[in-house]
Design a protein around this ligand. Structure first.
Ligand SMILES: [Zn+2]
Length: 227
């Protein structure tokens, strides 16, 4: 088994309990999908989801003949399938083109403060924050736009923050052909804020370190760049 180190730090009890569950399920880092998950077309999915969402709204007591509400089921369904959960479909996997590390740069490369917007799979509410990435090139470097595409692909699914961190790191390891990858996510889980247990500034910090980043010195160096 490859060596890895994952950390989850939550700052309140509610989130901690959720993260323990998350950490448990994060031992399988793939998003679990049904075998027939992609048998339907996007249009069929949108149609079915819109119908169910209409039921939810109606059950809550909302009057769906009201102008501002009547388009909501369809809008939500489209947003789920085409936008915020589009990373579930293997068809949307980004094409990655690497550039040659022609200067043979062998030190740490850091990309920090990459905007993150994902969705918590326990409450279907936003996880918003920043991703920081570091790696030591074994011959290739990745462009910022490709890095952002990888992050988006995994973020656009129902997620738990710990698993998202691991999925991004694993993808980078395979694309860059090195274990020397570190990923940190610093984010606000809005399910905690909105449900009134938390103040808005409460953030959750998740990390995934591989290869050279397992050494305390490398880790410290990386953390000092993103501090
Ligand atoms: Zn949640």
């Amino acid at each position: 088994m490859e060596k890895r180190e994952t950390t989850l730090i939550a700052q309140d009890t509610l989130q901690f309990e959720e993260l323990v569950t998350a950490q448990h399920s994060a031992t399988v880092s793939d998003t679990r999908l049904r075998e027939d998950g992609f048998a339907m077309t996007d249009i069929e999915k949108i149609h079915i989801i819109a119908g169910h969402f209409r039921e939810i709204m109606s059950t809550l007591g909302l009057d769906l003949t009201e102008d501002s509400l009547k388009g909501t089921p369809d809008r939500v369904a489209r947003m789920y399938v085409k936008e915020i959960f589009s990373g579930l479909s293997p068809l949307n996997k980004p094409e990655i083109s690497l550039s040659d590390n022609r200067y043979q740069y062998k030190q740490m490369l850091v990309e920090k403060n990459i905007a993150l917007c994902s969705c918590c799979e326990h409450h279907f509410l936003p996880i918003m924050g920043k991703v920081h990435v570091a790696y030591i090139s074994s011959g290739n470097v990745i462009t910022s736009s490709n890095l952002q595409q990888i992050i988006q692909y995994y973020a656009r699914r129902p997620q738990v923050q710990g698993r998202l961190t691991i999925q991004i790191a694993d993808k980078l390891k395979s694309v860059l052909n090195t274990e020397d990858v570190a990923v940190v996510i610093d984010a606000v889980n809005l399910c905690a804020s909105l449900r009134g247990f938390n103040d808005r500034n409460n953030t959750t910090f998740t990390t995934e370190y591989g290869g050279a980043f397992l050494s305390a010195e490398r880790k410290r160096e990386f953390l000092s760049y993103i501090a």
